[in-house]
Design a protein around this ligand. Sequence first.
Ligand code: KG4
Ligand code: ZN
Length: 392
Amino acid sequence: MNILAIETSCDETAISIIRTDTFNTPTPNFTVLSNLVISQINVHAEYGGVFPALAKREHAKNLVPLLEQALREANVYQDGSHDVDDTLLENILEREPTLYQALKNLFASIERPRIDMVMVTYGPGLAPALWVGVNFARALSIAWNIPIVPVNHMEGHITSILLKDDYMNESEALLPLDQYIFPMLALLVSGGHTQLVLVRDWCTYEIIGETLDDAVGEAFDKTARMLGMEYPGGPKISQAALEGKENESINLPRPMIHSEGYNFSFSGLKTSVRYLVEELEQKNELNEQTINDIAREFEHAVADVLLAKTCKAIETYTIRGLIVAGGVSANTFLTASFKEKMNEYSIPLYIPETTLCGDNSLMIATAGFIQYWRNKTTVSESELVAVGNLKL
Ligand code: KG4
Ligand code: ZN
């Protein structure tokens, strides 16, 4: 079976094609035939964050060229043409005229490719962005008469840890699904989410804590902006923090570190950075070194809070493995802090391969695979909708 996976929940347009010959084993062969991502960072940088209408437009522009390239890389591309019910297609892509035209042109220039199933992110994320991917999947489902597996983006991040480091060169790119001992805990840290999730089994999740305001990635991005760094600020802060030193006059709070339960709050941290910046500006002490010092202290504050709540949950729920995933799991200071702590606890720590920390469609193929392995359910084109605030 060749499976096409699509991700458009935020500012990355991603398409992959994987091949498997069975859904009936926890140790499947799983070959990555193509894995493509177009990042819209440059488009959004001047707005200092993701602009939903622009994200939608960029996804609509990028999807067909990406699909074409993925089909070529997967060796299922052949010149020719195939007939598709144009009225149906036009209806589905009514709100995506650019996408409709591009897809129609593609169908008129290739043979029907051997794709047997489509998996797509249907939430959570920016609704206009999600809808483009969802409608694209619906159109392909109708055109090629293939079923759809809808995928939760957060389950994608959780399962991104299952891809081997060498995933592009392996016929068994997926780690054995039966080697994990439950319950596991997943700390999901991205631009839109900060959640502690109890993973009782694959497909069985319970959110035990989440942010009450800003997500960690969002706090990184907003703090970076105050320090004069471009969007997305996460990688820039972590770069600056490397040059930062301990500085007596630069102290940030650890919000909610001792609070009951497992929720987080990061908006106060951002406000504290603002006061700190204003104070240093007044004293004429805001310079490259103090900016690096703030970046360092910010990373420490974030890591302290995330670690404290995670450790509390590990002890309470007798956790057997910790997953740290989502865009912010690319932060090496954070992951080093978790590695050290999990060594103390003798608990395995699972972090995605660096190239799969941010949004991608391979994690959507992985989560979709697991869903179908467990539940064997698909939906038809007419049943699929985007759900911006979808929960795990
Ligand atoms: O998972 P992701 O790619 O998209 C969402 O689903 O939101 O996460 C993006 C977030 C951004 O806020 C970005 O600044 C942050 O991940 N990020 C980082 C690092 N790399 C990306 N934050 C801290 N350190 C990094 N190295
Ligand atoms: Zn994400």
